[in-house]
Design a protein around this ligand. Structure first.
Ligand code: NAP
Length: 175
């Protein structure tokens, strides 16, 4: 079982604008079943973790519907709304504790840290982030939500082009 941070990014390392817009991403061309794309990746995932901003973005853009079948832990200090039938747990517990709960719920499948970048960094800080998958869109944003605001050594495991995207899969090298 591995823990992955799978995300798209601008070329200059932002995963959303400062206003939490993903318009720059959603206008790009991608083959959903192509190399390193979401469709295949998602099948390997047994549990998800995400931060409050990411969760709120998903709810806002899916008009209250919840698109994930897997159990999901949302890190927040607030009492956020949970859509009916969504398997969502709100938490501000230590990362290691949540990771253990995710692993227990994942049925042997991998874990996905959806974002944001600092939450992925918190998993790395705890020694609990194994891989980073990034789809780089052909755009620079200049500022925004950072991809992974940590100092980490990564080993490049795989590269692919998926239409507009340059995709890389990296292993987190632990000291
Ligand atoms: N490009 C992509 O593929 C992609 C992927 C994922 C996300 N995104 C976007 O990127 C942006 C990320 O936003 P973001 O940088 O603000 O990150 P985020 O992780 O989505 O949200 C940050 C918030 O999560 C909560 N949080 C984080 N760590 C916590 C902890 N240990 N305990 C309790 N609560 C914790 C805090 O919320 P509280 O205020 O509730 O305390 C914090 O303000 C969003 O707009 C999202 O939609 C893009």
């Amino acid at each position: 079982m591995s823990t992955h941070f799978f995300t798209a990014s601008s070329l200059d390392g932002f995963i959303a604008t400062q206003e939490h817009s993903l318009d720059w991403l959603l206008k790009q061309d991608v083959d959903a079943e192509g190399p390193m794309a979401y469709q295949q990746f998602e099948k390997t995932i047994g549990a998800l973790a995400m931060g409050a901003s990411t969760y709120e973005w998903v709810l806002e853009h899916e008009e209250g519907r919840w698109g994930y079948a897997q159990p999901t832990w949302v890190f927040t200090h607030r009492d956020l709304l949970i859509p009916a039938a969504a398997d969502v747990t709100l938490t501000h517990a230590p990362i290691a504790e949540v990771h253990a709960a995710m692993a227990a719920a994942a049925g042997g499948k991998d874990l996905w840290v959806v974002g944001g970048g600092d939450l992925a960094g918190q998993f790395a800080d705890a020694g609990l982030l194994d891989e980073v998958w990034v789809q780089f869109a052909p755009v620079t944003l200049g500022s925004g939500a950072p991809l992974l605001p940590r100092t980490l050594d990564l080993e490049l495991l795989e590269v692919a082009r998926n239409r507009d995207f340059m995709c890389g899969r990296y292993r987190v090298v632990r000291a």
